[in-house]
Write a protein that binds this ligand. Structure first.
Ligand code: ZN
Length: 277
């Protein structure tokens, strides 16, 4: 029932004369066989909703919609409580300081594209176990948000709906980004249209929240806190919507998703955002 180290694939690739790893937060096996929570208790929802209300502007929600999903600037995000079954952080989580969320980073899990909607909570628990276990020893699941192939958006790292929690899985933590991860392997196969639409909406919501310019070609500059591509102290200029490979020596988010990051998402995200007066 539990994913084991032997069930995880951690392949390194040789490219351009140097070793590049898969996204260090990725694995190929979750625990999709585990039962999924079918219902969300009222108390669970209230905890998630009150946390959200602390830091993000809520949109108007019809009463009938409020039970199951938490609104996040126009995006329905399934709160962590819907998959975590009480699994919490194993260590302290840091918040980005105001103004320090400067760009948005797209990942993929490099796991199978073949799963049912009911499998997703179990997959997320599998990622959590891998990230907090002996292979990675991070204090929580690495990414702030996940997007599944059916277009459902999930809160990942604890507290991400309430504010910009620092993430992991960037070859270190060069910081200054929120991490949004497709559940699937997008080296060859592109994310589904549903997943692309939801990722676009999620990126737009985060860009609104953190006042990030997203028009094609928009860049930001920061001093790296350290990754395996950008050593600590390096001044890095990046597009404000970027792929994990822009920050680390990795193939993540896969060639097919990275093409979207470069060629599609900046204009699509910007089109969803309010036009400045
Ligand atoms: Zn990645």
């Amino acid at each position: 029932m539990l994913a084991t180290s032997g069930a995880l694939r951690r392949h390194a690739h040789r490219a351009a004369g140097r070793t590049v790893d898969r996204c260090p937060g990725t694995l190929a096996a979750g625990d999709a066989g585990a039962a999924s929570p079918r219902t969300l208790g009222r108390r669970t929802f209230l905890v998630g909703a009150s946390a959200t209300a602390l830091a993000v502007a809520l949109i108007a929600v019809m009463p009938g919609e409020a039970r199951a999903r938490t609104p996040f600037r126009g995006v329905d995000v399934r709160p962590r409580a819907e998959w975590a079954r009480g699994l919490g952080p194993t260590g302290p989580l840091q918040q980005e300081r105001p103004g320090d969320t400067r760009f948005l980073l797209v990942h993929h899990t490099a796991s199978s594209n073949d799963y049912d909607p009911d499998d997703v909570p179990g997959l997320l628990r599998g990622f959590y176990r891998f990230h907090t276990g002996p292979d990675r020893r991070w204090p929580d699941v690495a990414y702030n948000f996940f997007v599944d192939r059916y277009g459902t958006v999930w809160e990942g790292r604890s507290g991400s709906l309430a504010g910009p929690v620092m993430a992991d899985a960037t070859g270190g933590s060069q910081g200054f980004a929120q991490l949004c991860c497709f559940i699937g392997n997008h080296q060859v196969e592109a994310p589904t249209p549903e997943a692309q639409r939801s990722m676009t909406a999620l990126l737009a919501a985060l860009a609104d929240t953190h006042a990030i310019e997203t028009a094609p070609g928009a860049t930001t500059t920061f001093v790296s806190r350290g990754s395996n591509r950008w050593p600590r102290g390096t001044t890095v200029t990046t597009t404000t919507i970027a792929g994990h490979r822009d920050m680390s020596l990795t193939t993540c988010p896969g060639d097919a998703a990275y093409e979207l990051v470069r060629e599609v998402f900046p204009a699509a995200v910007t089109a969803l955002r309010p036009t400045p007066p």
